[in-house]
Design a protein around this ligand. Structure first.
Ligand SMILES: NC(=O)c1ccc[n+]([C@@H]2O[C@H](COP(=O)([O-])OP(=O)(O)OC[C@H]3O[C@@H](n4cnc5c(N)ncnc54)[C@H](O)[C@@H]3O)[C@@H](O)[C@H]2O)c1
Ligand SMILES: [Zn+2]
Length: 371
């Protein structure tokens, strides 16, 4: 068996481990027992193409570990499925399978960020919260969304506006599952990896520039595993300092997400999350240069990594797109009393938050996103 990497997320009574190991999916049942979860029923939330590949392995390992009632619920793949109707269907399935309070299941979230966010939200609110285990199967969910306890769905044209903080009891990441990911989804996950390098860790930034980004894109197994471990460790450290996003520390993870989210929604899901974030990171970096907070070297390092990952730097302009983005932007959860808030890169691996930036500068950076 390849070595297991374990990252502890130190959150007191809500602490948990992220276990990263090729092949770990087949040990899920035993590991869930080791983590102290004793339920006999399981509710697996996944989506069709993921279940075709990985559901059997997960079910078998849960059966072997004494889960004798295992129900499965499927959510359509992709961001368009991360909505209130699908969330409601998921809650209905939970209630139908577990109508009485005596049979609380462990919820398993087998999939990418959409499954983890939507299913995690359902687990967070069903009977005021049942334990759940994240099993990320995309690079993006492995390095980011499966850790940290932010669970949500999109609603009313706003990203993640209905949601909760609810930590998983365990995260099991099997890097082998990333081998079946499309190139586009792999590149999308690279956007979050580059994000960590640019604003959280100069060491990771150097690593990516010294060939590891190419090795990650080639799915070289040891690189995939160690990059996931490094990113999870960075995220765990941020989350440990600001679990509930109250101190501004966790905002670092939103670098590129302000304009990125606005574009993601306004472009009607033509962009993946990572592609939108790629454009959003460029916009935030240009804004930072305009404000004199970082040098042009930061922008060129970002551009270089994004182009290695073949991530977009612009999105085609169309009628009304800028106005839709502007509306979506003003609904950003971080904005207070009409004042905008941006995470700006400063030095390699460093950042600062800035509020109330003149809208003309924000708009200039947004226009540069639309070619
Ligand atoms: N909660 C958080 O902290 C947080 C952080 C970052 C992103 N997010 C959210 O994550 C979402 C994006 O997640 P994502 O990029 O994983 O997208 P996703 O969940 O939509 O998955 C992308 C596609 O890959 C497919 N897929 C998943 N695993 C596969 C595999 N192993 N093999 C083949 N195909 C596979 C899916 O079916 C889907 O079509 C966004 O909604 C974003 O808001 C949340
Ligand atoms: Zn993101």
């Amino acid at each position: 068996m390849p070595a297991q990497h374990s990252v502890h997320v130190p959150l007191g009574t809500r602490a948990y481990d992220v276990l990263i190991q090729p092949g770990i999916l087949s040990q899920a049942g035993a590991l869930v027992r080791e983590a102290g979860l004793r339920a006999s029923s399981a509710f697996i939330i996944t989506s069709p193409e993921i279940s075709a590949r990985y559901l059997r392995t997960l079910r078998d390992s849960l059966s072997q570990a004494g889960f004798n009632a295992i129900a499965t619920h499927s959510v359509p793949a992709g961001e368009a499925g991360k909505n209130w109707d699908e969330f409601s269907r998921c809650c209905a399935a939970l209630l139908e399978e577990f109508p009485d309070a005596g049979s609380t299941p462990v919820v398993f979230l087998l999939g990418g960020g959409v499954i983890g966010d939507l299913g995690g939200f359902a687990a967070a609110v069903f009977r005021r919260g049942v334990p759940f285990v994240q099993i990320p199967t995309t690079l993006l969910s492995a390095v980011d969304s499966s850790v940290g306890g932010k669970v949500a769905v999109n609603f009313g044209g706003v990203k993640n506006i209905m949601g909760a903080f609810s930590q998983p009891r365990l995260v099991l990441c099997d890097p082998n599952t990333l081998q079946s990911l499309s190139d586009r989804e792999l590149r999308s996950g690279c956007a979050e990896v580059i994000k960590y390098g640019l604003v959280c860790s100069a060491a990771l930034l150097n690593r990516l520039e010294s060939g590891d980004l190419q090795r990650l894109l080639q799915r070289e197994p040891e690189t995939v595993t160690s990059i996931i471990r490094d990113c999870v460790a960075l995220k765990a450290a941020v989350v440990a300092k600001d679990e509930f996003d109250k101190l501004g520390i966790r905002n670092v993870l939103n670098f590129g997400h302000t304009i990125g989210h606005a574009l993601e929604l306004s472009a009607d899901y033509q962009l993946t999350h990572g592609e939108a974030i790629s454009i959003g990171m460029l916009a935030a970096t240009r804004l930072s240069i305009r404000l004199g907070r970082c040098g042009a070297d930061i922008l060129s390092r970002l551009q270089n990594l994004l182009s290695i990952a073949n991530l977009p730097s612009t999105f085609p302009a169309s009628d009304g797109l800028f106005e839709r983005m502007d509306r979506a932007l003003r609904l950003d959860k971080k904005f207070r009393d009409g004042k905008n808030v941006f995470v700006l890169p400063t030095l390699p691996g460093e950042w600062k938050q800035e509020e109330d930036i003149p809208w003309e500068l924000v708009h200039e950076s947004m226009r540069e996103c639309l070619a």
